[in-house]
Write a protein that binds this ligand. Structure first.
Ligand code: ADP
Ligand code: MG
Length: 389
């Protein structure tokens, strides 16, 4: 994989795939992390004298123009973060986009409108990819968070341009996450969160790679069911319980440590802070749901993580958006922040929780990609990375 530093950018039109899929609130960007992370790449390209054409998706417009998912407000935040003006065009292909590119001077930066306003982006339609590629001479991918998707701007466009490479952010992500493919052992993996079906492959792969596997959040409920205990009204994808059973068997067979929470904080709902109480793993009431891990579990996790030299964490331990169910997640974030091991956190909500606690600086690496980091650790590569080879 070539680096952007190996490309001759001077006077060239550069198609730069970025991940500006940022949270918006009434037309304002509420978290600029993703924009800021890619600024070094944009600056490098502009300073080298490229015409920098940035392209991103935002949300899920499903191939339709949705004004509330326009990247226009993102262009404002982008310009502020860059400390330099950014042009914006309300299309990403066609005559209007082409005219904007023609008017671009070397060193100038243009942001195209939301790629997903066209259905061809997600379906990787060859015609759409051709229209995008027609805008540029070179291709650079800096959108780590989108590189697990075989979409037109991720795999189609690089296939059509002669020169391509990785941006500085993509390079950093690959370098840091690669350390987990051949980790210093013991290697501990902590999995939580709610998106169980999206994490099944990662669960299997990480169980194989890890020496110690700790489970929390909604993920843990499936393991509680797998050992035959009731989970009440907890989040559960019944059809995923067999995978939990399979992972338990694998760990047993290979002599790995696997830990379920020994206690949970339960309540009637996320709004039932008053009714919150801690129960043992075998005592989850029929009319309650697990919303956090308990204190005993935290102490048990602390003991198990103590010898680890590498720790990867994905998925909150509880519904941290609703205090008091944020305690387990915050305490775990603190534990990892203080650890001397290589600590890596990946996942949209897990990273949000770490940022909220002000602990990001204390981690070895905070990945900008949720699904992408899990898929990279599962397969050792991503479609977007393959497309750059
Ligand atoms: P990430 O984005 O870090 O990969 P997920 O998207 O899988 O994590 O899940 C994040 C969500 O999981 C959070 O919004 C959190 O509220 C939820 N969650 C955590 N624990 C539980 C639980 N026990 N029951 C229901 N939801 C949970
Ligand atoms: Mg998430």
């Amino acid at each position: 994989m070539k680096s952007i530093r190996d490309l001759d950018l001077r006077g060239k039109r550069l198609f730069l795939r970025v991940d500006f899929n940022v949270p918006l609130d009434r037309g304002r960007v509420t978290d600029r992390t993703r924009i800021e992370e890619t600024i070094p790449t944009v600056r490098l390209a502009a300073d080298t004298g490229a015409q920098v054409i940035c392209a991103s998706h935002l949300g899920k417009p499903k191939g339709k123009v949705k004004p509330e998912l326009s990247l226009a407000p993102v262009a404002v935040a982008f310009a502020e973060a860059l400390g330099h003006s950014v042009r914006f065009v309300e299309e990403c292909v066609g005559p209007e986009a082409e005219a904007s590119v023609r008017n671009l001077e070397p060193g100038e930066v243009l942001l195209l409108e939301n790629l997903r306003f066209h259905a061809g982006e997600e379906s990787n339609d060859p015609e759409f990819a051709k229209d995008l590629a027609a805008l540029a001479d070179l291709y650079v991918d800096d959108a780590f968070g989108a590189s697990h998707r075989a979409h037109a701007s991720v795999v189609g466009v690089p296939g059509l341009l002669p020169e391509k490479g990785a941006g500085l952010l993509l390079e950093k992500e690959v370098r840091e996450l690669s350390r987990l493919l051949d980790p210093q052992r013991p290697f501990a993996v902590i999995l939580g969160g709610a998106k169980i079906s999206g994490k099944i492959d990662a669960l299997r792969a990480l169980a194989r790679r890890a020496d110690v596997l700790l489970l929390g959040g909604g993920m843990a409920n499936h393991f509680v069911r797998a050992i035959g205990l009731p989970v009440g009204r907890s989040l559960l994808e019944e059809d995923k319980v067999p995978v939990a059973r399979e992972v338990l068997d694998l760990c047993k067979k290979e002599g790995k440590t696997i830990a379920l929470p020994s206690d949970f904080v339960v309540a009637a709902s996320v709004d039932d802070a008053k009714g919150a109480r801690t129960v043992g793993i075998s005592k989850i009431p029929d009319d309650r749901m697990t919303l956090d891990i308990g204190q005993k579990t935290l102490e048990q996790f602390e003991r198990l993580l103590e010898p680890a030299r590498t720790i990867f964490w994905n998925g909150p331990m509880g519904v941290f958006e609703h205090p008091p169910f944020d305690r387990g997640t915050k305490a775990l974030a603190m534990l990892l922040a203080e650890s001397s091991a290589v600590t890596v956190v990946g996942g949209g909500e897990s990273v949000a929780a770490v940022n909220e606690a002000g602990l990001a600086e204390k981690f070895t690496h905070v990945s900008t990609g949720g699904g992408a980091s899990l898929e990279f650790l599962t397969a050792g590569t991503l479609p977007g990375i393959e497309a750059l080879q």
